[in-house]
Design a protein. Structure first.
Length: 83
């Protein structure tokens, strides 16, 4: 089940780290994702936590970054020059 959910979410969102995904999606995409997760999720044992964030929230990581996804629009010119 976990493997299916992981593959399914990777089709719609960016993988951040072990079972954590993020991304900007439309309301229609959000509904498709929820419907797509209904069957593989056992609501008596499993859970999916959805966080809705608005107006360009800042992302901060403490510890090891599991996936170094960098959104180009948020990179400063100084960061772009850093190898």
């Amino acid at each position: 089940m976990l493997c299916f959910v992981n593959k399914f979410l990777r089709q719609h969102l960016h993988w951040v780290q072990n079972s954590v995904f993020e991304g900007e999606i439309t309301r229609a995409e959000f509904e498709r994702i929820k419907v797509g997760l209904e069957e593989p999720i056992n609501e008596d044992e499993d859970s999916v936590v959805i966080c809705k964030l608005r107006s360009m929230p800042q992302r901060e990581t403490m510890g090891v970054e599991k996936n170094s996804l960098r959104i180009l629009s948020k990179i400063t010119p100084q960061e772009a020059r850093t190898p």
